[in-house]
Design a protein around this ligand. Structure first.
Ligand code: NAD
Length: 253
């Protein structure tokens, strides 16, 4: 593990263009469980009945039973050392952009400045009927929150069956196809089309560094360096090693 941390840190320091793809696992230590693991949300709420745009349109009150639970988790979550560590890499000029599948805003809260929210963000809500948009703090915890037109609002997150916002889709593809190294953190690699980004990066020669508590569908066929462990501990070690390399190179120059 320690040797792999050193190899990964060297790649990050030498790469001219590193990006990151993050998933639900990076926020687990902030108190937001991932959806797929045992005990996760999808074990209790069938994604077909609660996670699709058709389900929301047909019965928004019912879908808000799940969203209420998610909203409470998001409201109390704070960035953990994995979020702040990636923010630090951006501050050092070593991480161009973070593409996140998460909707929790924790990368921004953790100091990151360039983040693409591939699946949207739960901080704003929109009316599917009149297109009016609200910030969560305008709605004072109303559940389900309603638009001034009387309809129930939908969080601006991508439900199953909805397209990825065009700008996020296009920019992420361009970044993945031009990066020299890709960090993949806390994602199962099972949600399309985000799970195509590691393949895109690999096909143009990028090094793939993966951080996860367990191997994923990506590990054996795409990953160059697999750092097995919790995101917070692993990113902390990685950033420490990067800072050591920087200090040593400054002392030697
Ligand atoms: P996923 O639930 O499919 O997979 C999570 C991955 O994280 C798993 O591979 C798991 O082994 C790993 N993991 C769990 N704890 C970890 C830890 N402490 N450190 C490192 N890795 C850890 O997540 P996904 O691939 O992101 O896809 C689920 C979808 O659900 C996403 O598209 C996302 O939009 C949404 N989601 C978002 C949030 C959030 O915003 N925080 C939370 C849950 C789900």
């Amino acid at each position: 593990m320690e040797a792999n941390i050193k190899r990964a840190a060297r790649i990050i320091c030498q790469s001219t263009n590193t990006i990151a793809l993050t998933g639900a696992g990076i926020s687990v230590e902030s108190g937001i469980p991932d959806f797929r693991s045992p005990g996760g949300l999808w074990e209790r709420f069938n994604p077909i009945e609660y996670g699709t745009i058709e389900a929301f349109k047909a019965n928004p009150e019912r879908v808000w039973q799940m969203l209420e639970e998610v909203s409470h988790l998001l409201a109390s979550a704070r960035p953990n050392p994995a979020h702040t560590g990636l923010g630090r890499l951006q501050e050092l000029g070593l991480l161009h952009t973070i593409i996140t599948q998460n909707v929790d805003h924790l990368h921004h809260d953790g100091g990151a400045t360039r983040v693409i929210e591939y699946h949207g963000n739960a901080k704003t809500l929109s009316c599917l009927w009149c297109n009016q948009r609200y910030n969560t703090d305008e709605l004072e915890g109303q559940i389900p929150p309603k638009c001034s037109c009387g309809k129930i609002l939908k969080p601006d997150v991508v439900f199953f069956g909805e397209p990825i916002p065009t700008k996020a889709l296009k920019e992420s593809y361009e970044l993945a196809s031009t990066c020299k190294a890709l960090l993949v953190l806390g994602t199962s690699g099972e949600v399309a089309p985000a799970n195509m980004l590691p393949q895109t990066a690999k096909s143009t020669g990028a090094a793939i560094i993966e951080v996860n508590v367990e191997p994923t569908v990506l590990t054996n066929y795409l990953t160059d360096i697999f750092l097995q462990g919790k995101a917070s501990e692993t990113v902390t070690k990685l950033v420490r090693e990067v800072e050591t390399i920087i200090t040593e190179s400054q002392q030697n120059s």
